[in-house]
Design a binder for this molecule. Structure first.
Ligand SMILES: Cc1cc2nc3c(=O)[nH]c(=O)nc-3n(C[C@H](O)[C@H](O)[C@H](O)COP(=O)(O)O)c2cc1C
Length: 384
């Protein structure tokens, strides 16, 4: 019998071959925003591995919207060609390429995670990686020792909205079939949403409607710039997990506000707002810990959702779909550990003859593995 995970999903005019998704996984490995062979291999192996939808890492729509010097970008037409090579490969494998568009705001001009995740310092300056001016909702740094951002004025916000819209057009030109607006993890649009980071007292701050205004303007602009027959996703941090932060009630209101703008899928993550003056009560980790957010938004708002976060097993993923908690399941770090996760999961959920199990694999691999499986069946369990 077929599984839900490996059944197609239609979003507008786009048919995903299955519901196993690779979420955005930043590699911090680009130079001046340009994708290279690393990104081709990183994303290409997930398409080879049977995932129906493969997201790019966050791609910065403006040069000063990068988190680190290694972020991908779409702030120039020059970025299109190397991304197009990657989307072409993904499509050639029968998978669908998606792009996440973002702006880091006050979480910009930082070290790569493995350099320390702090503000840029002597080691980065020595290799020519200097700081740049950053922006946010208000002029408050993410923490002590970090750069202080400039509070965005009307012209600055217009530049951000325009950046997302132009980024969407360039992403379409680069061959992406779905787009996601990054409103999560403490980056610029989340900085506007959360009361922790947005203490403005103009039309873009204050109450929930004010704090949602810029993110909703960006979403509307991306929707308008993106082909009508292709889906728009929005990634949210469903809760901040800090005192007096963004709550699930806020997420439900945000999802209700974005749905009529033409958002097709709400991608439910959490956390990341950071900040110094907040007592952090991190969202407790457990397998599938963010699935309840996707379930509540799907049920209460009537919009499709994507679940993500410590989803590891094939049956675990299938159960999320079978219980109606989400429409798509994203597998991040487990996919880095096993890029063939989707092909293997299919074998678990849809067992059959050796021939059946290897039929969905690319023939360059599947043809050989099928023959080997027959030999191993006869030999019994292999040595450890
Ligand atoms: C190396 C790495 C890079 C990530 N980069 C992004 C990113 O660019 N944008 C984003 O929204 N989330 C990013 N995330 C979060 C993942 O998309 C995902 O939500 C998270 O890893 C939880 O899912 P998992 O437990 O299946 O890994 C990143 C996570 C990792 C491990």
């Amino acid at each position: 019998m077929g599984s839900l995970l490996f059944s197609p999903l239609t979003l507008r005019g786009l048919v995903l071959p299955n519901r196993a998704v690779v979420p955005p996984l930043c590699q911090y490995s680009a130079t001046e925003g340009m994708a290279d062979d690393w990104h081709m291999v990183q994303l290409g192996r997930f398409a080879v591995g049977g995932f129906g939808l493969v997201f790019s890492e966050v791609v910065s729509v403006l040069r000063d919207g990068r988190i680190t010097h290694g972020d991908l970008g779409l702030w120039s037409d020059d970025h299109i060609a190397p991304l197009k090579r990657i989307t072409g490969f993904i499509k050639g494998q029968g998978s669908v390429p998606a792009v996440q568009l973002g702006h880091a705001g006050r979480k910009g001009s930082m070290q790569r995670p493995w350099e320390g995740n702090g503000p840029l310092g002597a080691a980065q300056f020595a290799k020519g990686e200097g700081t740049w001016d950053i922006v946010s909702a208000v002029a408050a740094p993410i923490g002590e020792g970090f750069l202080t951002p400039a509070a965005l004025d009307a012209a600055g916000m217009a530049r951000v909205v325009e950046g997302f819209a132009t980024g969407a057009k360039r992403a379409h030109a680069a061959g992406f079939e779905a787009v996601e607006v990054h409103c999560a993890h403490g980056y610029l649009l989340h900085q506007f949403l959360s009361p922790v980071s947005n203490t403005r007292n103009d039309a873009y701050g204050g109450d929930l409607a004010g704090r949602m205004r810029l993110p909703l303007e960006v979403i509307a602009a991306v929707r308008a710039a993106w082909p009508q027959d292709r889906p728009v996703f929005v990634r949210i941090s469903a809760v901040d997990g800090v005192d007096d932060g963004w709550t699930m009630q806020d997420s439900l209101a945000f999802a209700r506000a974005m749905k009529p703008l033409g958002v097709d899928v709400v991608d439910c993550s959490s956390g990341g707002i950071g900040g110094s003056a907040t007592g952090s009560k991190r969202v407790p980790r457990g397998y599938g810990f963010q699935v309840p957010y996707a379930a509540e938004i799907r049920r209460d708002v009537g919009v499709a959702t994507m679940a993500v976060g410590l989803i590891i097993g094939a049956q675990q993923a299938e159960a999320v779909l079978a219980s109606g908690e989400a429409d798509l399941v994203a597998v991040g770090r487990e996919a880095m550990a096993n890029p063939n996760w989707a092909l293997m999961a299919r074998g678990v959920l849809e067992p059959g003859s050796t021939e059946d199990v290897y039929a969905p694999w690319p023939p360059q691999h599947g043809w050989w593995l099928e023959k080997r499986a027959a030999v191993m069946d006869a030999l019994g369990r292999p040595p450890a």
